[in-house]
Design a protein around this ligand. Sequence first.
Ligand code: ATP
Length: 247
Amino acid sequence: MLQVKELCKYFGGIKAVDGCSFNVERGTITALIGPNGAGKTTAFNCISRTAQPTSGEVWLDGERIDQLRPHKITRRGLSRTFQISRNLADMTVLENVICQSQIGGWRDLLKPAMSPEEIDKAMHLLDFLGISRIAHEDGSNLSYGQKKLMDLAALLMSDPKIILLDEPAGGVNPTLLEEIVGHIRKLNEQGMTILIVEHNMNLIMRLSHRIVVMAQGRVIAEGTPAEIRENPAVLDAYLGGTLEDAA
Ligand SMILES: Nc1ncnc2c1ncn2[C@@H]1O[C@H](COP(=O)(O)OP(=O)(O)OP(=O)(O)O)[C@@H](O)[C@H]1O
């Protein structure tokens, strides 16, 4: 479904992503892992076009998307979350969900009012994620976990077919983490294809069908969780420890 081909992103002399190639198969949960600085977030940024790749190609369902603007990529069915919530100032959770959704690009932020259809859809999503009770609270007063759920709702507003989640477990307490894992699993069971960058190895090993491992901007291994756990190149990249130690 998603094909990343020889993707490169250089910042001056820093080769953050350096010839990275991998595929995400439809209907799977695929994890992109690797030690700090491996290039995972930069690869995510290039795929969603938050950053412009230096070279390489990204294809979604047979269409090349690496030269499209971010909101056009969203319209093609690919949406992403960010490591840090992009919670908009002085807005309720409901307003955040509607205005953050990238369907129309920045034009949406300028809309004077939210349509009844948008409100219905956002409330339905907040309900699906179990946070409709906080719909009218200030978005900036939420816990990390609640912000992740709010971001997930915003992401789902565009009816994506593939979602990219950047550290969905980051800073989230264990109880809410299990809820987030449940939602990711449920979305996947409903047919959503999911690509996740995450440091929590326990979560990755439990959730993923396939794992792609990056180090120094390149893919060094791909396989099932069981294969990756035993792969010597992966263990080397994590300085000889176990993957669980690295989490
Ligand atoms: N805007 C930038 N300017 C210069 N260097 C950058 C920039 N963004 C990332 N880098 C560098 O590119 C490399 C890859 O960074 P990136 O954040 O993509 O890695 P990562 O695998 O996501 O790391 P982490 O797991 O710590 O989030 C690092 O060496 C980083 O310092």
